[in-house]
Design a protein around this ligand. Structure first.
Ligand SMILES: Nc1nc2c(ncn2[C@@H]2O[C@H](COP(=O)(O)OP(=O)(O)OP(=O)(O)O)[C@@H](O)[C@H]2O)c(=O)[nH]1
Length: 211
């Protein structure tokens, strides 16, 4: 039977409660948008396989609760991540200010060499904007991260940002990647307990945006 994927990575979504982490994930995996805010309890995850540079990458994306009371639980997931999204809401200056705190938690709990991307979500809410795009870019530059303004609602830069973080993780594991391109080997880099109950998304389903 043909291999279903070549490598498997874990990505993590971090940021204040309500910035749209769950919505980013649902848009990416299922092409859906949910207007209601149902706070994540602890952590949740979804899977999706994408092809980058001819490599089938299975990504397991962990969605963490932004609420303070779950931080003890969520921090336990940092150390197993290869890539991290730091997410703020462009209509919330406070969520942007808190990125410094999220980034310092990542420094403390995530492995060295973890790849990071800064996301300013809810870009469709221009009329409520509190964080200019330049401010996001500047912070990303300070941290040496890529930066995307996204909208889970209008499907702006969702595929692009998830693909970019996956590429960065692949680049960071270049050695193993080169081995993959050599003689056939079993799936490399990471093996883990998968929950195949989670639905795999399709980019072909029609967009829904109720905002
Ligand atoms: N306009 C707009 N609203 C969004 C967007 N993304 C999320 N939302 C809304 O923001 C609210 C919070 O979204 P969630 O995805 O639940 O936020 P979260 O960061 O996962 O929150 P916690 O689970 O509490 O950490 C919901 O009402 C979403 O519909 C977006 O891109 N644009």
């Amino acid at each position: 039977m043909a291999k279903q994927y070549d490598v498997l990575f874990r990505l993590l979504l971090l940021g204040d409660s309500g910035v749209g982490k769950t919505c980013l994930l649902c848009r990416f995996t299922d092409n859906q948008f949910h207007p209601a805010h149902i706070s994540t309890i602890g952590v949740d995850f979804k899977m999706k396989t994408i092809e980058v540079d001819g490599i089938k990458v299975r990504i397991q994306i962990w969605d963490t609760a932004g609420q303070e009371r779950y931080q003890t639980i969520t921090k336990q997931y940092y150390r197993r991540a290869q890539g991290i999204f730091l997410v703020y809401d462009i209509s919330s200056e406070r969520s942007y200010q808190h990125i410094v705190k999220w980034a310092s938690d990542v420094d403390e709990y995530a492995p060295d060499g973890v790849q990071k991307i800064l996301i300013g979500n809810k870009a469709d809410e221009e009329h409520k904007r509190q964080v200019p795009k330049e401010q996001g870019l500047q912070l990303a530059r300070e941290y040496g991260m890529d930066f995307y303004e996204t909208s889970a609602c209008s499907n702006l830069n969702i595929k692009e940002s998830f693909t970019r973080l996956t590429e960065l993780v692949l680049q960071a594991h270049r050695k193993e990647l080169d081995e993959l391109r050599g003689p056939p080997r079993p799936p490399a880099l990471a093996r883990l307990e998968e929950d195949e109950q989670q639905p795999l998304g399709s980019e072909d389903t029609p967009k829904t945006c109720w905002c």
